[in-house]
Design a protein around this ligand. Sequence first.
Ligand SMILES: Cc1cc2nc3c(=O)[nH]c(=O)nc-3n(C[C@H](O)[C@H](O)[C@H](O)COP(=O)(O)OP(=O)(O)OC[C@H]3O[C@@H](n4cnc5c(N)ncnc54)[C@H](O)[C@@H]3O)c2cc1C
Length: 423
Amino acid sequence: MVRSTRRKFLSGGVAAAGAALLPAPVLAQATARIVVLGGGFAGAACARALRRVDPRFQVTLVEPNPIFTACPFSNAVIAGLRSIEAQRFGYDAIRKEGITVALEQATAVDTQARRVTLGGGKALDYDRLVLAPGIAIRWNALPGYDEAAAAVMPHAWLAGDQTLLLRRQLEAMPDGGTVVISAPANPFRCPPGPYERASLIAYYLKKTKPRSKLIVLDAKDSFSKQRLFEAAWRQLYPELIEWVSLSNGGRVVSVDVKTRTLVTDFDSYKADVANVIPPQRAAEIAQLADVADGTGWCPIDPVTFESRLQPNIHIIGDAAIAGAMPKSAFAANAQAKVCADAVAALLRGDAPSPPKLINTCYSLVAPDYGISIAGVYHPAGGQLADVEGAGGVSPIDAPADFRALEAAYAEAWFRTITAQTFG
Ligand SMILES: Cc1cc2nc3c(=O)[nH]c(=O)nc-3n(C[C@H](O)[C@H](O)[C@H](O)COP(=O)(O)OP(=O)(O)OC[C@H]3O[C@@H](n4cnc5c(N)ncnc54)[C@H](O)[C@@H]3O)c2cc1C
């Protein structure tokens, strides 16, 4: 059970935020205790980077699950192209680097005492805390969509059981059935993810249930890599995928679990398989630590990733408000390394240098058809902003061998990032 300390530390939080304006006391690095909450793409990478920056740091990684199940490539699991085992990673290599791995859930953060409470009742004191807890679903933000509804209309936006549930439902659906995906408004985890999912499900349907249909109901009028996705859909899945934009009544305003119906501003859609990707926010512990603002996400300093609301706490990965950077595993990994350097500099009493960060998001439209978007980001105007003229998307008119190459790059990226993070 997660226990709230919000009330208890609310006034302290305000005072502490003021204290953040003062220079932090310099600590002897050898004694620095750094706690990292969340052993996903951001947290695990940060814990490792911290030990590499200074092997004397006492780094504790707190994560409740002994095995991490990765979201990137989970759409391929849903489409039957990959096994869930290929998504699973343990923490042995991280332990071997001298990092203490506490397999527990963090249940409270006392920002004044600089102490994290764990589910088992133990407490960890910290000099610097890195929060990397990822996302939580905003249950009931979409009327009718609660935890019980997710057992019937899976979101599959946290990989694991939900991924497998959606896969089983697609397998059980008869040919000629209708799959409906609802995509949320920004911001949310993995902006191209719903459209990659639509593509790979369409690939599965075309092969095994060709009379079926897939409808994407969208709360937006545009989406990541849209021109590339739409061109690929026309080429590979004509008549199979229908995308309904916000302006055309695509925003889902409620769901009815009993009839598997998604209700939009203009219409209602009865699905054989409904994949509801609901609105999200930073995971619960970010709310409890009072580092999330009214948006549900965590404002940060773009140079150090330190919270704008609480001193000595850094937020990385999907939970952070990272300006123009998307919520991706690639971005989480880049932020982890920059944050580790900044934490080390702050502990030395040095000024961290303004970083440049890179992101690339690959998507598979079919197993041998990849597309990508890349960006470079730097602190500007108090946010992480695009570096003008850097980055871009795959060419719209690339030949098939180029698309096949990008699909291979996508797989290579996943192998590399998971090996760097968990291997
Ligand atoms: C379908 C799909 C496809 C995707 N494809 C891609 C892709 O191709 N490329 C890409 O770059 N990104 C992709 N992403 C996005 C990527 O998965 C996320 O951006 C990434 O996982 C964010 O990393 P994170 O560390 O912030 O969160 P996570 O990886 O979710 O890790 C958070 C960790 O924190 C732990 N945690 C939470 N609360 C607590 C607590 N109280 N105490 C201790 N631990 C806690 C959780 O158990 C979890 O292990 C995809 C996402 C989805 C849903």
